[in-house]
Write a protein that binds this ligand. Sequence first.
Ligand SMILES: [Zn+2]
Ligand SMILES: [Zn+2]
Length: 357
Amino acid sequence: MKTQAAIAHASNRPFVIEEVDLNDPKDGEVRVKISACGICRSDLSALEGKETVEFPVVLGHEAAGTIEAVGNGVSTLKEGDTVVLSWTPACGTCPACIRGQVHLCAGINMTTGSQGPLSLGGVTLDRFMGLGAFCEHVVVPQKMAVHVQSSLLPEHTCLIGCGVTTGFGAAVNTAGIRWGETVAVLGCGGVGLAAIQGARIAGASRIFAVDPIAERRNVARQVGATETLAPEDVPKQIIQMTAGGVDCAIECVGSIATMQDAFHMIRDGGRAIVVGLPAFTEKLDIPAIMLLREKKLTGSIYGSSSPHIDFNKIAALGESGTLDFSALVDKTRHFSEINEGFAEMREGKLTRVVLTF
Ligand SMILES: [Zn+2]
Ligand SMILES: [Zn+2]
């Protein structure tokens, strides 16, 4: 079939919306009509040429939609089902999947290279994170479309596909925050605000939100931060305010400086969790001796979640109002305004721009 995709032909060039060819779903695949797709920081990072994608590429990996067609052998989904796309293929056969850690599936890939169902003038288009959802339709393996039944709006449920699950899961799954703990969240974009909410729901006693932008610090307070700070000299301030450092710091920026700050602001025996996406070649420098204070430094991908279990639980927290989705989206734009949306993301003031179709 023909559909419309926003194509990035080269790094840092504007997207061009063009008519493309999309193959029908093969065995085990489904076609999803996209209803909303968020613009995530990783899309921006890929557009800037910092990630392993091959241009021309269709970005977009935080999407909700409706099943429009299914291939042979699809048993879990049917036409009309509302879904949230997941960027773990959850292959079920790699060592990580067998251990039950589908967020570490060996099949996760930022690039599909010259493989896949989408093409422009006979040239196969790369699809970021195996999805390429800045497109009116996608064809994906059935495991990458999770049936989510919810009364939430598509511009909210789409966030479950990346930002909300990544941030919320980093707090409740990876960090395993316990009631009464003190937590710092560095970076109050969509992922950081979800991490703050995860910490609140887990019962943290104090949640420090760190961001250079005042508007974002205000939203952080709305969703559960108890104290907000600008990033200047923040490890020293937090160590003073907590008499030794927080139990847990969650880095949601993706810069080396904030990763170091996160490590330096935790107490002895505390844990620093890196969620933000660095460029592929960057290196992190920390004083090795601090590891003997039993400080832990680890990363978190996809909130250590199991999309087929966790997506619906997160949607249910949204429906009950426990998890506030509306504070996470400060702008929706039509798909045709994707370049304006990216310009706003680049400015950095907004937490999330979501494209509707
Ligand atoms: Zn796997
Ligand atoms: Zn993302």
